[in-house]
Design a protein around this ligand. Structure first.
Ligand code: IPD
Ligand code: CA
Ligand code: CA
Length: 258
């Protein structure tokens, strides 16, 4: 399965790269001004799904642009064909393809491909995490004040769900620096390979997180919800870190939850 996920991610990723600046249609999802979808998101999803269905016609599928599969299968492919659509729409080369696979509700495989840097992140449960075939691990930094963190904001930012603006300010005051790249899947992969020490976001979807969560865990990091409880890709909030700064991150989040 991981080989098919890699093939699909490489193919779709190259398509995204070549389509940059050549978007034909941009729509707004469910009436939200900031939540965009282009014809390229949809075409990339079709390419990925076609490959999966060729090899695993009986498997289930949960894909951002609406493709579904066989709900009775123990395997579920969780796909974000273009993570970073806002960047992509503006011609900013910071986006990726994300494909995760669950077996009986447990993540067993994750692949994220960034076509702009030609970086392929992959993980299999129990087998570690890799970047372009080489083993990766999380950073060893153990203090928040020397940590480089990353976050993202939901499309309904004006409603400030779960105090996302407060959390952002609190982390700015307690970490070394905070970034916002615009692709949650890459944020997680960058925690996995030690470029970031930690990541949090208030409201994500399963396809943003599935592959990246396994990458972080297999690289030796920790993933939880804002309260420090077990994480689920079917819930909204996420904190992922190298493990060493996790408690400090949860303490900062606590301040913003009052
Ligand atoms: C978005 C990106 C972004 C995050 C948003 C996501 P999309 O995914 O991952 O970084 O902040 O919450 O929805 O819409 O570009 O696939
Ligand atoms: Ca996404
Ligand atoms: Ca997407």
């Amino acid at each position: 399965m991981v080989n098919i996920a890699i093939e699909a991610a490489l193919e779709a990723g190259k398509f995204l790269k070549h389509s940059l600046g050549k978007i034909k249609t941009v729509e707004r999802k469910s009436g939200q001004e900031r939540n965009l979808v282009t014809n390229i998101d949809k075409q990339a999803e079709e390419m990925i799904v076609e490959k999966i269905k060729q090899h695993f016609p009986t498997h289930n599928i949960l894909a951002e642009e609406g493709t579904t599969g066989n709900e009775n299968s123990e395997f579920k492919w969780i796909i974000d064909p273009l993570d970073g659509t806002t960047n992509f729409t503006h011609g900013l080369p910071l986006f990726c393809v994300s494909i995760g696979v669950e077996k009986n509700d447990e993540l067993i495989c994750g692949v994220v491909y960034d076509p702009n840097r030609d970086e392929l992140f992959s993980a299999e449960k129990g087998n570690g995490a890799k970047l372009n075939g080489k083993k990766i691990s999380v950073s060893t930094n153990d203090k928040l004040i020397s940590s480089l963190l990353v976050t993202g904001f939901p499309y309904n930012i004006t409603e400030n769900p779960m105090n996302c603006v407060e959390h952002f300010q609190n982390f700015l005051f307690e970490a070394q620096a905070v970034r916002r790249l615009g692709s949650a899947a890459l944020d997680l992969c960058y925690v996995a390979c030690g470029r970031f020490d930690g990541f949090w976001e208030v409201a994500l979807n399963p396809w943003d997180m599935a592959a990246g969560v396994l990458l972080v865990e297999e690289a030796g990091g920790i993933v939880s919800d804002f309260n420090g409880n077990e994480h689920s890709i079917y819930k909204k909030d996420i904190v992922a870190s190298n493990g060493k700064v996790h408690k400090e991150m949860l303490n900062v989040l606590k301040k913003g939850m009052k």
